[in-house]
Ligand binder design. Structure first.
Ligand code: PBG
Length: 327
């Protein structure tokens, strides 16, 4: 057989396979999401997200210790307040749950990179991501509370803010507010391309943030659209975003690829609660090898073009990278 090209030559053993890999994973690119609940002494497992736990600001160090040990450099904090109102006012309270958590984390873990999710849905009594005008979210009124919330997070110690609300103009509004208060060097990671996805189901149970009526389709993107993703990202680049994000990840690998090729900013992908929960459930049912599938899924997101991965598997992935299962 006269075959010149034999791709199998480069698959012969682990050494050569690893040498020619096109995608490499690093722990430095992982971000771990954590839910912080207002109160004291809270360490509550989250039923919809097996393996994930809610902490209060005073117990958060238990989790951050594990994150540090795993070698994951950054966390993304979500707040669950004790009191909700129609404006979501505990989102920007000086002693709000995220603000308390940030101060404690900065004090005890000065090397950990602290990112906060900036959104209103966990704080509003109606569960929508902004201020309501009747039954609609009022875009421009919401910009003010998002800017206030982002500023209060940064004042409490956030290294970076990540607005996830999908209002038009929020990146510009937040950038202007941070700059006005002297935080010109604090980056914004924009949830630039966030779809109205059913994959957020387990998160909404975890964070108690499901909308009381209606849905989020008037502000989050329609999953049918790809060109619109580039338009959304371009608007955020113009307004000063430092990092772009696509969310969810696995059903949107084409979008990750498109956005990665269209802009020169770092690109994050958020592998959301439903993606994690599906792998957990399938593994529990004995249908798949959890570690192998979680590694393959994470790798596919980087292969599509993401530079950064936000995932509930961050600690485990760090371990699998250390073991050489993936990387
Ligand atoms: C808040 C927010 C959501 C997620 C991240 N930030 C929920 C939503 O938009 O309904 C989802 C994260 C996940 O599913 O893991 N707006």
């Amino acid at each position: 057989m006269e075959l010149i090209n034999r791709p199998r030559r480069l698959r012969a053993n682990p050494s050569i396979r690893k040498m020619v890999r096109e995608t490499r994973l690093s722990k430095a690119a992982l971000i771990y999401p954590i839910f912080v609940e207002e109160g004291c002494g809270i360490v509550t497992p989250i039923p919809s997200l097996e393996g994930q736990t809610r902490y209060s600001p005073d117990t958060l160090h238990l989790e951050l210790e594990k994150v540090r040990k795993a070698g994951v450099p950054a966390v993304l904090l979500f707040g669950i307040p004790a009191h909700k109102d129609q404006y979501g006012s505990s989102a920007w309270a000086e002693n709000g749950v995220v603000q308390q958590a940030l101060r404690a984390a900065k004090r005890d873990f000065p090397d950990l990179y602290l990112i906060t999710d900036v959104c209103m849905c966990e704080y509003t009594s109606h569960g929508h991501c902004g201020i309501l005008d009747g039954r609609e979210v009022d875009n421009d009124k919401t910009l003010e509370v998002l800017a206030k919330t982002a500023l209060s997070h940064v004042q409490a110690g956030a290294d970076m803010v990540a607005p996830s609300d999908m209002m038009d103009g929020r990146i510009g509004a937040i950038r202007e507010r941070l700059d006005r208060y002297g935080f010109v060097n604090t980056p914004i990671m924009s949830y630039a391309v966030k779809y109205a996805s059913a994959f957020y189901g387990p998160f909404r149970e975890a964070a108690g943030s499901a909308p009381a009526f209606g849905d989020r389709r008037s502000y989050q993107m329609d999953p049918h659209n790809r060109r619109e993703a580039v338009r959304e990202a371009a608007l955020d680049v113009e307004q000063g975003a430092d990092i772009l994000m696509v969310k969810p990840a696995l059903s949107y690998l084409d979008v990750i690829h498109e956005v990665a090729g269209s802009f020169d900013l770092p690109l994050a992908a958020y592998s959301v609660s439903g993606e994690y929960a599906m792998i957990k459930a399938a593994a529990k049912a004995g249908l798949m090898d959890e570690a192998a599938v979680a590694c393959e899924a994470a790798m596919s997101i980087f292969r599509a073009g993401a530079d950064i991965l936000i995932t509930y598997y961050a600690k485990e992935l760090a371990g699998w990278i250390d073991e050489g299962r993936i990387g």
